[in-house]
Design a protein around this ligand. Sequence first.
Ligand SMILES: [Fe+2]
Ligand SMILES: [Fe+2]
Length: 416
Amino acid sequence: MVMNYRVIEEETYIPIPAESLIEGTTLTFPVFISERDVYIQFFERGSRFNGPEKALLGEKNLSEVFIMMSDAPAYELYRAVQRRGEGGETVFRDSLSPGYVGQKEEYFPIDRSFMVEGLGISFSLFRLVDQAFVLLAEATPVSTLILSTELVSLPGAFFIKKDDLALYHELLNGMMAVTVEPGSVAWSLRVSAIRENAKVIMSCLIDNPRSGERIKESKEIVGSLVDCVFRSNDAIANMLSLKTYDYYTYAHSVNVAVLSIGLGVALGLKRPEVETLGIGALLHDIGKSFIPHKILNKQGRLDDSEFEIMKTHVTEGERILLDHQDIPAKALDTVLQHHEKLSGRGYPYGRSGNEIGLFGRVSAIADCYDALTTNRPYKTAFSPYKALSIITGEKGDYDPGLLRLFISMLGKIHLQ
Ligand SMILES: [Fe+2]
Ligand SMILES: [Fe+2]
């Protein structure tokens, strides 16, 4: 079904049925009503939707309300809610369909802000509907797909086949090649293209961790990420991935790199050190290449034996990178120590206090924060505030000075 849409002050709003808001839930997106073509926020993100709120919509006789298009993934996830967990933050849905689990790794979510009307693309687009990837529009080697108004106004995430990643990579390279100054629209597009390319490179590297060529590309893309932050601190917000329906190791890796780079800059580290930190942070979970998808994508908690297998991603990561001469030895600290805790309760070696280097401490905070604020099909992400209160609540596990700096950095990002 093609939904109606209207653009007001550069934001696109899409209608949703009022009855799709479920009584007794937390709204993970702001809800708007339309009065004389002006969109008014009616419920805030994070507010509770209880009996009185439902009655309020009833009083106004509203059968339709609106959400911002950028919140469509959050709405999709919300619609999947089956029952609430304790505390209201955790929501569960029915178990993942075997079809989705089997196909997830074959598709790649793309940044749809590049998908503008009139653009010609050489790869087909897909959508996720009820846990199934559905072809939206097809491109073939001899026929380019020209994006129509109808197509670009569809809500939700767009995916491409992983086989088409090289074509997406080519489109992004073109956008990265533009020389622009911070502050312009072209600059933000370039920053987004660098972030997307980092995800593409990491996705290929995780599928083929022994590729020297991919390792070289990953170092180069970290150089571009660091360059953006040194030229404009505002770039950090734009370099973090938008919330998607599910967790992807490559998107997580890029976010951990960006947050670590930001923290490195906030610490006053010199540029070469920030680059080494960024390389280690981008590659911190490279060892997950050897963890079976069944464990990586498991719904819910891992049992003891699965967790033992999961833990091996740290030493596997070190093993892979030791084979690559051009990875700086200090970058390996990030790989080997991102699950260590100052309290000694971490893994793989249970190191504590000063046994954990600065890069290990930085990446541990970035890693935990990104994991907590990432959606899973069976669990909505924690808000930044809730995630930080969880991390700071883990007394003695994380470096308190770095945490203060991290919180202040995030404060600036969210104020933008
Ligand atoms: Fe990890
Ligand atoms: Fe991680």
